[in-house]
Write a protein that binds this ligand. Structure first.
Ligand code: SF4
Length: 392
């Protein structure tokens, strides 16, 4: 990507100087493939040396191309970053430290699978400066974990939470999933409650997404498994919105809950449309008016052959992303600020047209307006795609 974007290097450098960036690194390896997974990842670790070597080269090349910009967030996701050996994690971390300016770094998150963790690895990660960990718990029901093809049990997930805290991770997040075939939806509430009582400060609750081909989707389509109804899923989501704040976890985004001050700074940058660089197969970047996705073809990416999809966003496209992303957040969107920004860009007519088109959603109770702030209601969050269509 660096050579393809090099004619715009000055512009990209200026964007990277204007404010600190977030850096996402994708680790495309897992011990086994979950039955619902459509991420770019593989069990074949024969590709690991080539992928890590290319990642280090990319980290250096981008540091150089952007004149060693400051990072305020760092995120190692996947796949399963916790399959990295300690030495491999150190190599990547050192490469980032050498290529970027980390003096204003506020958060460094690792994603981890409870089936891959041990205390030594967690202590080593803390020593390297990683200070937040996001654990893929998904459910505390062992039968459902097996159905999802997860490699861990609920006991292992709970032990991992304890081990992470013991290793000095003060910021721990867990993922839960809603809508698994056969899931007792009361169980989701109980899982969330159990995790909150264990003291986690952040919870992400995702709806099971079977849009893309995967073994679980095939089983559902063949009638061997059935999904909970939309009404049941909606009820669970509403119950979580009511229950989690009582346990100290407040909703701050459609799928995310946190104790005050424990919101994910890295993920919030996506919703605030702040710039980020993504390295690794399938990773997405956005800097200035440019957006690009690395190739998702793993073997080709590892050998530097996969071509990236580069897109130049028009001023109208950039503006439309502001409400589209801000409305995902609980605090919503400052409509006056949007108007002022549009006016500076000569695009006020666009915002006025949206204002008109949003009126039915306000009437139907999917949106509420509170002074200058526009927010989705809980029902609006469940039906958010209808609202978001306006800005696409
Ligand atoms: S751990 Fe995550 S990335 Fe890996 S196979 Fe499972 S869902 Fe996919």
């Amino acid at each position: 990507v660096v050579p393809e974007l090099s004619p715009h290097r000055d512009e990209l450098r200026a964007a990277a100087r204007a404010e600190p960036l977030g850096l996402y690194i994708h680790i495309p390896f897992c011990v086994d493939r979950c039955t619902y997974c459509s991420f770019v990842t593989t069990r074949d670790d024969s590709l690991k040396p080539a992928v890590l070597e290319r990642l280090v080269r990319e980290i250096r090349a981008w540091g150089e191309a952007l004149d060693h910009p400051a990072l305020d967030t760092l995120y190692l996701g996947g796949g399963t970053p916790s399959v990295l050996e300690r030495g491999e994690l150190e190599t990547l971390t050192t490469a980032v430290r050498d290529a970027f300016d980390l003096r204003v770094l506020e958060e460094a998150t690792l994603e981890a699978n409870p089936g891959t963790l041990d205390s030594d690895w967690l202590f080593a990660a803390r020593e390297l400066g990683w200070d937040r960990i996001s654990l893929g718990v998904q459910t505390l029901d062992d039968d459902l974990l097996e159905r999802l093809g997860r490699i861990h049990t609920s006991t292992q997930a709970l032990e991992s939470l304890e081990e992470a805290a013991g290793a000095g991770f003060a910021r721990i997040s867990a993922d839960l999933m809603v809508g698994i075939p056969g899931q007792d939806l009361q169980g989701v509430l109980e899982d969330a409650q159990r995790l909150a009582e264990l003291g986690i400060e952040h919870l992400s609750v995702y709806l099971l997404d079977l849009d893309k081909a995967c073994p679980l989707k095939a089983q559902v389509e063949a009638g061997r498994l059935s999904l909970p109804s939309e009404e049941e899923v909606a009820e669970t989501y509403e119950a979580l919105q009511g229950e989690l704040p009582r346990l100290g976890l407040h909703p701050y985004e459609i799928s995310n809950f946190a104790a005050p001050g424990q919101e994910s700074i890295h993920n919030t940058r996506y919703w605030e449309r702040r710039p980020y660089l993504g390295l690794g197969p399938s990773a997405a970047s956005q800097l200035g008016r440019w957006r690009w996705n690395e190739s998702g073809v793993l073997g080709a990416w590892a050998q530097g052959r996969g071509s990236a999809e580069i897109q130049e966003l028009s001023p109208g496209e950039q503006l439309a992303e502001v409400p589209l992303l801000a409305l995902r957040m609980h605090r919503g969107l400052d409509w006056r600020e949007l108007r002022e920004r549009a006016s500076r860009m000569g695009l006020l007519a666009l915002v006025e047209a949206w204002e008109h088109q949003l009126t039915p959603f306000l009437r139907e109770g999917l949106l509420v307006r509170d002074g200058d702030r526009l927010r989705l209601t809980t029902r609006g969050m469940l039906l958010s795609n209808a609202v978001f269509q306006l800005f696409v």
